[in-house]
Ligand binder design. Structure first.
Ligand code: PEP
Ligand code: MG
Length: 316
């Protein structure tokens, strides 16, 4: 039965009553593109550009090298959406030439957008390379910054994009609780939000994502995390803008239904998860997803939230 459901799973992501939820792929570079196309991804929802920076620990890759890599990914999705995240260095993704070596708490230090604002030439090169890579292609390029904390961060990023002559939508990742709490203010500067639920869980629960001993608190079913997702999605809806999810949460088929019920507008995940999420979403109406979301948020633990959502969806 599962096989049949997966085989029947093609086309754009949607609930059974036709509410569209684009299913996008997380990629780390051109090598991940064939699997994304094969899975029927409607585009890329998170292009982690860190991979380009791993070859040389002393300096950033040249503009030419970046243009080439970005173009390969953009060309794979003609007419589709490609959301590129600018470099997210630091904490769990340190780079020798950019990341301070002496921070007591690297996850709370200079990482993500903070690193790029301290090294504007690295951000400028990346944005210029993206502008060149997208030239003449019919793709909907979107560019987003990791670790946006507040409106000032969002403005600094949008200003840098404009200064580089980038013709794209600019967005902010919601990975820090402050960004979810003040999402409407951030949306005064950028056109979309994308929830990075891995870091959002880490910072909401003060639980390092690399420490297995605290993994209970990293569970994306945690009701407090769902509350922050809801706040962000509501803010985007009020501003007439989009709010996707690109963290691991999107790859859990039942949680994907709950996220849809919370008002999230697209889901991005590893390519292998796309058929499962597509097949599960297609089984339920938007109203059922909303009821499952409400039941999950009313729970007091991740396990209870999961069980409550499952009970609603299976009609118990
Ligand atoms: C996240 O934090 O959820 C995210 C998508 O980014 P990364 O896992 O690359 O930090
Ligand atoms: Mg992150």
């Amino acid at each position: 039965e599962r096989k049949a459901a997966l085989a029947a799973s093609t086309g754009p992501g949607a609930t059974s009553d036709g509410h569209k939820v684009p299913l996008l792929a997380n990629v780390g570079g051109p090598a991940d593109v064939p699997a994304a196309v094969e899975a029927g991804a409607e585009g890329v929802g998170l292009f982690r550009t860190e991979f380009l920076f791993l070859d040389d620990s002393q300096k950033a890759p040249s503009e030419e090298k970046q243009v080439e890599a970005y173009r390969q990914v953009l060309e794979a999705f003609p007419e589709g959406r490609v959301v590129v995240r600018v470099l997210d260095a630091g904490a769990d993704k340190p780079l020798d030439f950019l990341t301070p070596a002496d921070e007591p708490n690297p996850a709370l230090g200079v990482r993500g957008l903070r690193t790029l604002l301290d090294h504007p030439e690295v951000l400028r090169t990346q944005l210029t390379a993206l502008a060149k890579a997208a030239e003449g292609l019919p793709v909907y390029l979107e560019v987003m910054a990791p670790m946006v904390a507040d409106r000032l961060d969002a403005k600094a990023f949008a200003d840098a994009c404009r200064a580089a002559g980038l013709r794209a939508k600019f967005g902010a990742m919601v990975e820090i609780p402050s960004a979810a709490l003040r999402a409407r203010s951030i949306l005064q500067e950028v056109e979309f939000l994308s929830l990075g639920t891995n870091d959002l869980a880490q910072y909401t629960f003060a639980a390092d994502r690399q420490v297995g001993a605290v993994s209970r608190l990293q569970d994306p079913w945690q009701p407090a995390l769902l509350d922050l997702v809801s706040l962000s999605a509501e803010a985007a809806r009020a501003e007439g803008k989009s709010c996707g999810v690109c963290g691991e949460a999107a790859s859990d088929p039942v949680l994907a239904c709950v996220l849809t019920g919370l008002g999230v507008t697209s889901l991005s995940m590893g390519a292998a998860s796309i058929p499962y999420v597509r097949a599960t979403l297609a089984k339920y109406t938007l109203a059922q997803c909303e009821r499952a979301a409400a039941a999950a948020r009313a729970a007091d633990s991740a396990d209870e939230a999961r069980a409550a959502a499952q009970a609603v969806l299976s009609g118990e």
